[in-house]
Design a protein around this ligand. Structure first.
Ligand SMILES: CC(C)(COP(=O)([O-])OP(=O)([O-])OC[C@H]1O[C@@H](n2cnc3c(N)ncnc32)[C@H](O)[C@@H]1OP(=O)([O-])[O-])[C@@H](O)C(=O)NCCC(=O)NCCSC(=O)C[C@@](C)(O)CC(=O)[O-]
Ligand SMILES: NC(=O)C1=CN([C@@H]2O[C@H](COP(=O)(O)OP(=O)(O)OC[C@H]3O[C@@H](n4cnc5c(N)ncnc54)[C@H](OP(=O)(O)O)[C@@H]3O)[C@@H](O)[C@H]2O)C=CC1
Length: 426
């Protein structure tokens, strides 16, 4: 990890103004003036940069970046930037991380930074022999792949392994070659796609078949990020809360209808950091859901158990193909600033923080669901959005949201009536 030492335990951070929060983060991590200025601009992506990122640009949309406090990962406090449009997501992470801070925070690990590219071969009469013929060429394949990206090889990455599978598909067997590549600090899609395209003509030549697709697999199961945390009974409020949360997990483990929502909750945290760092949200989401279905039955990405002391232990394991270079990560100035706030030096460190936050997010939702219900906390924060939808401005937003929460009626019709009353029109 990079060397900035930070204390993520910041009580009442949510009560500050955005400018005060930015100043607090600046002080906490020693953020440079240019990054502070960048994050402080009203719209933080200039049109020139935007115009070179994607096609047909007319503007850019701003999504709020919130800071998750109280997060400790592998003994290091970290302030985590999260880009999300959904209220209560950031608050939930702060609250969950606070409850495991004193029991060690999050312990994380990573299986590696390996990505898989697939080459699809059809039209071979002897697919089993074709498979062996491709495997015989391992040295040649390694040479071709590494020849595509000498820079990556210099950085310690490059070709690592070869797998060839014969799959039964409609219309006959297909021979699917997997090249497994260490892409280091890049997510690696472009890197491995180049290798697969370069290799494809040789595969056709060695086998006499026809190659169609040459593309990475988003089921990045050689790039798993893992996190675990312990929540003591004192921290979470007793056995009944713990047992309710375990039951909630077991529900998700057993039922795909529930697992989809359970995993959506995990992705609230995961996608928010992936987006804040300019990484590919769709790639991580596709990996998460395909990994959740790897046994043939869609299930929970996280687990919850009771340890020998009676505490609640949560774990999360999921593909985390994110990078610090490549794609938009280096291009988007806010993504660069987000990385500086976290003080990460490698893609693996980023992936591990994301896994920790995914677990925190899941814990927060399960705890609310197993106790008071999701609406109490979520709707209290969502009330601000409802207030703005009906036209509240300035301090009306806070005042109207408070009235809606007190009335336990966070609804637009009620908000409109109450706003009129506030303005003395009703
Ligand atoms: C919302 C809370 C945190 C309130 O929880 P609370 O216990 O009422 O909070 P509190 O006022 O006692 O404050 C405790 C701490 O929470 C944090 N906190 C408290 N308020 C804020 C705030 N405004 N902004 C930032 N942080 C906040 C903060 O860390 C604070 O400590 P302090 O700083 O005061 O020392 C809680 O009810 C919660 O975690 N709820 C879950 C919310 C959630 O999961 N939202 C996601 C959207 S719903 C969804 O999409 C997914 C879902 C639910 O369907 C997934 C699933 O089904 O599994
Ligand atoms: N299905 C999917 O998910 C797909 C996703 N994508 C997109 O691909 C992009 C990501 O591809 P990616 O390959 O990461 O991007 P890039 O090709 O932009 O960047 C990777 C390259 O950066 C260079 N590099 C510099 N420093 C490092 C380092 N420390 N570690 C590793 N590489 C380094 C490498 O060599 P060199 O300098 O020689 O290039 C490497 O090949 C994203 O935008 C994603 O949206 C694209 C297609 C499909």
């Amino acid at each position: 990890m990079m060397s900035n030492t930070v204390n993520s335990r910041i009580s009442g951070f949510h009560k500050m103004t955005p400018a005060e929060r930015l100043a607090t983060v600046q002080r906490a991590v020693g953020l440079d003036g240019a990054s502070v200025e960048q994050l402080g601009k009203p719209g933080s992506l200039d049109l020139h940069t935007a115009d070179h990122m994607i096609e047909n640009v007319i503007s850019s949309i701003s999504i709020p970046i919130g800071i998750a406090t109280n997060v400790k990962v592998d003994g290091r406090d970290v302030l985590v930037p999260m880009a999300t449009e959904e209220s209560s997501v950031v608050a939930a992470v702060c609250n969950s991380a606070r409850q495991c801070y004193d029991s060690g925070g999050f312990i994380t690990s990573m299986s590696g930074t390996l990505m898989i590219a697939q080459i699809q071969l059809v039209g071979v009469s002897d697919p089993k022999a074709a498979r062996i013929r491709i495997l015989e060429q391992r040295d040649k394949i390694e040479e071709v792949c590494n020849g595509c990206d000498p820079m990556l090889v210099r950085l310690g990455g490059g070709f690592r392994d070869l797998e060839v599978r014969v799959i039964e598909a409609e219309g006959g067997p297909m021979v699917i070659t997997h090249i497994i590549v260490d892409t280091r600090d890049a997510m690696g899609a472009n890197t491995v796609n180049t290798m697969a395209e370069r290799l494809a003509p040789s595969i056709a030549e060695w086998t006499g078949g026809k190659v169609y697709l040459r593309i990475l697999s988003n089921l990045a199961d050689r790039r798993l990020a893992r996190a675990r945390a312990t929540w003591t009974l004192d921290a979470i409020g007793g056995e009944a809360v713990r047992d309710g949360m375990i039951s909630a997990y077991r529900f998700a483990a057993a039922d795909p209808y529930r697992a989809a929502t359970h995993n959506k909750g995990i992705m609230n945290g995961v996608s928010a950091i992936v987006l804040a760092t300019g990484n590919d949200t769709r790639a991580v989401e596709a990996g998460a859901h395909s990994f959740a279905a790897r046994s043939g039955r869609y299930t929970s990405l996280s687990t919850y158990e009771v340890d020998a002391d009676g505490s609640l232990v949560g774990t999360l394991e999921m593909p985390m193909p994110v990078g610090l270079v490549g794609g938009a990560t280096k291009v988007h100035p806010s993504a660069q600033a987000a990385l500086k706030i976290m003080g990460v030096a490698t893609a693996s460190e980023l992936a591990r923080i994301i896994a920790a936050v995914g677990l925190a997010q899941n814990f927060g939702a399960l705890k609310a669901l197993a106790t008071v219900g999701i609406q109490q906390g979520h709707m209290a924060l969502h009330a601000h959005n409802v207030a703005m939808v009906v036209g509240a401005v300035g301090d009306e937003v806070q005042r109207l949201a408070k009235i809606l929460v007190e009335k336990r009626q966070v609804r637009q019709d009620v908000a409109a009536e109450e706003l009129a009353r506030l303005r003395g029109e009703g």
